[in-house]
Design a protein around this ligand. Structure first.
Ligand code: ATR
Length: 275
């Protein structure tokens, strides 16, 4: 009998996780299947308990459920600090265990691009769920963070939380030009530039300097306006593809204990993004 995995979210029909994980199962000859399930907030507890009762192998949690899911699972310490889970493991008989693999995904993606973040000045745009995961991971890894958010109070609040593991300051958007000039790495965690609003960007090439690493966690489109601007400024663009692949790969490892076939997962997502 096949083992069932899935992603719970709403909306969830455009998720590329099913294709990515099914390709991985097929590559490793595993008799498993991964499916997207539309689950809203009020049904999440039932959906999780149901999946657990039916012997699911594991689930991912996506928008808008990542924070809500904390209520129903035992969280590992990192996910607890972040305040959000994106991966749930059902193998423990006493409790469902929640993890957050977004930050590790970002760290691996940026390391792949040849960038060492230790002691680097990183300007992070946005203070939402994705930002929280990245900020905790990167502050913990020794980077020096400035978190800038349209709603300044959220950035200040996040920075206060992150200070428990490393260096972080929160601010608004009023002084962005200067902040970019002082940074080694710029990371966009906001939805600005994401399909269908592909012409939007918070920072333009005039504000960038050569050698600046510009990491956009958006992967649809793969080359966002921000990354185009980076290219023409002589900055180093890093797209969101590998963060998505690695967050999935980390989840795959948690559920199955197997080494995920990264290349197969990456090529599957790339093909899906092209079609
Ligand atoms: P996610 O979980 O994907 O990070 P989120 O928690 O809804 O999503 O956070 C979205 C982030 O994108 C927030 O930092 C948001 O800024 P606000 O806190 O001010 O809302 C940011 N964001 C969304 N649209 C934006 C826009 N047009 N300009 C600037 N920031 C934007």
């Amino acid at each position: 009998m096949k083992t069932v995995f899935g992603v719970f979210g709403d909306p969830v029909e455009h998720s590329l996780s099913p294709e990515m994980h099914n390709a991985a199962f097929s590559e490793l000859g595993m008799d498993s299947i991964y499916h997207a399930f539309r689950v809203d907030k009020k049904s999440l507890e039932y959906a999780l308990n149901g999946a657990n009762a039916m012997g699911f192998g594991g689930v991912n949690i996506t928008v808008p459920l990542k924070q809500e899911a904390l209520k129903f699972v035992n969280t590992d310490p990192l996910a607890f600090r972040i305040g959000a889970v994106n991966t749930i493991d059902f193998r423990n008989e006493n409790a469902m265990i929640g993890y957050n693999t977004d930050g590790v995904g970002a760290r691996r993606a940026i390391a792949d691009a040849g960038v060492d973040i230790k002691n680097k000045k990183i300007l992070i745009l946005g203070a939402g769920g994705a930002s929280r995961a990245i900020c905790f991971q990167f502050a913990n890894d020794g980077a020096d963070l400035i978190i800038a958010n349209r709603t300044e109070s959220k950035a200040v609040e996040l920075a206060e939380d992150v200070k428990s593991v490393g260096n972080a300051k929160g601010t608004g958007f009023s002084n962005l030009e200067e902040l970019v000039a002082e940074s080694d790495i710029l990371i966009n965690t906001t939805t600005v530039g994401m399909h269908p609003n592909t012409k939007d960007t918070i920072i333009t090439k005039e504000q960038m300097h050569s050698g600046l690493v510009v990491f956009d966690i958006v992967y649809n489109p793969l080359e966002t306006r921000l990354l185009k601007e980076a290219k023409s400024a002589g900055a180093i663009p890093v797209n969101g593809l590998m963060m998505f692949v690695y967050q999935g790969a980390e989840a795959f490892k948690i559920w199955t204990g197997e080494n995920p076939p990264i290349e197969v997962m990456k090529n599957t997502v790339l093909e899906e993004l092209k079609s």
